[in-house]
Ligand binder design. Structure first.
Ligand code: NI
Length: 153
């Protein structure tokens, strides 16, 4: 495994739409594993492929230590309710802001083995998945938050 460089806001890479992966191959798994390592190294809870310069529909998330979700070609099937979340992003260092997210989401994606899975997520899991999914569309949380501010300390 290897650490990848994290692209920061201002780079046009973060504003592009990502292309589907299709079949999950050994190369896909290598990217997924590198992304998990890079996310953990940066103390993040999620990381999307464009953040490491890969324009594919892939993200990883670890909303709780040791519980990693691998999402390849994810599709959000349903969204329900609303919640306010305080978010940051590894591509927007030192900042934080409040975003309105769905309380519950159903998301379908291929996992690390290429197997189609459906997840019903709520609370923080739903926040993380929606934030990462937005990256695949070239959307950053700062586009949705009205109060982006410097993190104190
Ligand atoms: Ni982000």
């Amino acid at each position: 495994m290897a650490l990848r460089n994290i692209v920061e806001i201002g780079d046009p890479i973060l504003r592009k739409q990502c292309r589907p992966v299709g079949e999950v191959t050994d190369r896909t798994r290598m990217i997924l594993d590198d992304m998990v390592e890079t996310m953990r190294n940066a103390m993040g809870v999620g990381l999307a492929a464009p953040q490491v310069g890969i324009m594919r529909r892939i993200f990883v998330a670890e909303p709780e230590e040791g519980r990693v979700m691998y999402m390849v070609d994810p599709e959000i099937i349903t969204m329900e309710g609303e919640q306010e979340s305080e978010e940051g992003c590894l591509s927007v260092p030192g900042k934080s802001g409040t975003v309105i997210r769905p309380e519950k989401v159903t998301i379908k994606a291929k996992d690390r083995d290429g197997k189609e899975q459906t997840y019903e997520l709520e609370g923080f899991d739903a926040v993380v998945v929606c934030h990462e999914f937005d990256h695949l569309e070239g959307v950053l949380y700062v586009d949705k938050a009205e109060d982006v501010h410097d993190i104190e300390g």
